[in-house]
Design a binder for this molecule. Structure first.
Ligand code: SF4
Ligand code: SF4
Length: 128
């Protein structure tokens, strides 16, 4: 399960992800992270059965945690199968099938947003 975690990094605060890994023993896969000296946002993946444990642990440390049920949203009615999204995606979410129709493996998406600007037909959007 994917979780989007937002947290502030006040002076002296411990690294929240490392602390939750230590406290819970759950191995957390960090898919994407943007962290500066004052705040951070991380997209993490954890086993479904340990999601609540991780979410509660992070919330107890002051983080705002949201479960992400979906990856990129693809509007088939707008898509013209141009393929512009294929080359910009870092996770190979998009491929062509044997009939040159766009295939979307949403579960691979890390919600980086790079494909949205690349799409000339506004067929892609974030599920936020
Ligand atoms: S948001 Fe990023 S990872 Fe997801 S499909 Fe678009 S480019 Fe790929
Ligand atoms: S860039 Fe947009 S229109 Fe082109 S294949 Fe991807 S989703 Fe479809």
């Amino acid at each position: 399960m994917k979780l989007l975690v937002n947290f502030s990094r006040g002076k002296g605060r411990k690294p929240i992800i490392a602390q939750v890994v230590r406290d819970t023993g759950v191995l957390i896969n960090v898919e994407r992270a943007l962290i500066d000296s004052s705040e951070g946002e991380a997209l993490i993946e954890v086993p479904d059965e340990q999601c609540k444990l991780v979410r509660d642990s992070m919330a107890n440390l002051g983080a705002n945690v949201r479960i992400l049920e979906h990856g990129i949203h693809h509007d088939e009615s707008e898509c013209i199968d141009c393929g512009a999204c294929i080359s910009v995606c870092p996770r190979e979410v998009f491929t062509f099938d044997e009939e040159w129709k766009l295939n979307v493996e949403e579960e691979k998406c890390i919600l980086c947003g790079k494909c949205i600007d690349a799409c000339p037909h506004r067929a892609l959007s974030l599920p936020l």
